[in-house]
Ligand binder design. Structure first.
Ligand SMILES: C[S@@+](CC[C@H](N)C(=O)[O-])C[C@H]1O[C@@H](n2cnc3c(N)ncnc32)[C@H](O)[C@@H]1O
Length: 207
């Protein structure tokens, strides 16, 4: 799928469904927030939420006192909805519209990379390699990458698109030797219509 096709797919989704009507909706990303807090980074840490969509994660980080938050998404529609939900707090966040597989991000800049339910859409190995290159380039040495995907017993599709399901081991293989898995935790996500989706959250350290 090209960047343009992806952008129009996601724009269409966000134009036709409210933020709490999408399968991946959660009031708060508790598992991600718990992992971030456990890492014990300073409130000045630079955190980027890739494929952040309309999730409350960035706002929750601001409420926790974090000062340097960036949200990146391919869908300008998602970003403008998120900004209107966040209200005045939206001004405390850096918003980037772009495709994570080819976006230009500053080198050695971020302390934490967060991705819930984006990586699993990358079906082409070349796209996954580009994603890892972008991530590796913009993270500082010793920084962390928290990546949540559908687990191996999760659904095969999301938002009408095929996904790849991962174990911590297969995700580690995708990231390669530049990253070391330090924690993984499963989650049973309940969609707004009551079905269960199994996720795996993995936290890696950039070596
Ligand atoms: C399933 S949603 C997850 C949203 C959010 N992370 C959450 O957990 O609520 C996937 C998000 O990734 C974005 N996305 C998909 N492919 C992308 C890409 N190549 N680059 C940047 N964002 C992308 C979509 O627009 C969408 O907001």
């Amino acid at each position: 799928m090209s960047s343009l096709e992806r952008k129009s797919h996601w724009d269409r989704i966000y134009k036709t469904k409210g933020p709490s009507e999408v399968s991946w909706y959660k009031d708060h990303l508790e598992t991600s927030l718990r992992i971030v807090k456990k890492l014990g980074v300073d409130s000045s840490a630079r955190i980027i939420d890739v494929g952040g969509g309309t999730s409350s994660f960035a706002l929750d980080l601001i409420k926790e006192g974090f000062k340097n938050i960036t949200v990146l998404d391919i869908s300008p529609v998602a970003l403008s909805i998120a900004k209107s939900i966040f209200g005045l707090d939206a001004d405390k966040i850096v918003w980037v519209e772009g495709d994570v597989t080819c976006v230009n991000l500053p080198k050695d800049w971020y302390d934490i990379w967060h991705d819930r339910a984006l990586f699993h859409f990358l079906l082409d190995p070349k796209e996954r390699r580009s994603y890892v290159r972008v991530m590796e380039n913009c993270l500082k040495k010793g920084a962390y990458a928290i990546i949540a995907t559908f687990a191996i017993d999760g659904p095969p599709k999301c938002s009408g698109l095929d996904v790849i399901r991962y174990t911590p081991y297969t995700l580690q293989n995708e990231l390669g030797e530049g990253f070391k898995l330090i924690e993984s935790v499963g989650e049973k996500h309940i969609t707004p219509w009551g079905t269960e989706q199994r996720f795996i959250y993995c936290c890696f350290k950039k070596l």
